[in-house]
Design a protein around this ligand. Structure first.
Ligand code: ADE
Length: 242
């Protein structure tokens, strides 16, 4: 899996992805990342990448030609790549997107465009039709942190990065296998009694069926309490009443 990142802050990468399991997998060559500075495609001596918006208003807009040159160059290098643009206006990222992208055997390459300022010239979106991705309904200074969120979610799903595949199969948004819709059940570790609080008896029983049933019930309870949207989807899928 290869990423090409287009940003005006290349020094922000690999960022969190240079550490822990993602960092180890990067060093082992299980995934790779090339970071390109959009300013390198500016033609003036000040390396300008932004300009004032037509129609007025606050902030600056990233100029189309600089972005087009950066994208064209990346696409020459990775002709089959999926192009993504990080923006709060995009589709809000879901585990199902990660799953779909990771299971598309034809695409192993991703070009991720990180916006800054008020945004990018809309004609870039018209021409290149990137997948517009948001990591949530809030506004960051730019797309760099958001790109790292997307990349981390993809890298941890990548074959061989997590030793124990069960870990990704059983966590939040994956319980229930193909159709992910429950939050994760609570976890406990040693000691069995801490600060006057004990670990639920069933988890100490060694009875796998009972443990599984308890975890499933807990996942249902926490989902119903916290996420009505997921709970309703889960119930609808199973013909269960909410
Ligand atoms: N850029 C700024 N805010 C963002 C968000 N919420 N998601 C993706 N990219 C962004």
């Amino acid at each position: 899996m290869r990423f090409c990142i287009l940003t005006i802050y290349p020094e922000m990468f690999p960022g969190v992805l240079g550490h822990a399991l993602a960092g180890a997998a990067l060093r082992e060559g299980r995934w790779s990342m090339e970071v390109r500075n959009i300013r390198d495609y500016a033609l003036d001596k000040h390396r300008t990448v932004d300009d004032t918006p037509y129609g007025g208003g606050a902030g600056m807009v990233m100029k189309p030609q600089v972005l087009a040159d950066a994208i064209d160059d990346a696409q020459r290098w990775m002709p089959e790549a999926r192009l993504m643009f990080m923006t709060p206006r995009g589709h809000v990222l879901q585990q199902a997107h990660i799953h779909a992208w990771m299971h598309d055997d034809h695409v192993q390459d991703y070009i991720i465009l990180c916006g800054r300022f008020e945004g990018i010239d809309e004609r870039i979106i018209d021409v290149y039709q990137p997948i517009e991705v948001s990591i949530g309904d809030y506004v960051l200074f730019g797309g760099e942190v958001a790109a790292q969120v997307v990349m981390e979610a993809m890298v941890r799903h990548h074959r061989g990065v997590l030793g124990n595949q069960q870990t990704t199969d059983e966590e939040s948004f994956a319980l229930g296998a193909e159709n992910a819709c429950l939050l994760e059940y609570p976890h406990y570790t040693k000691p069995p009694l801490w600060n006057g609080r004990s670990v639920p008896e069933v988890l100490l029983s060694g009875h796998h069926q009972h443990i599984h049933a308890w975890r499933w019930a807990q996942a249902e309870r926490v989902t119903e309490l916290r996420r009505k949207d997921l709970w309703e989807a889960y119930c609808a899928q199973r013909g269960k009443t909410t």
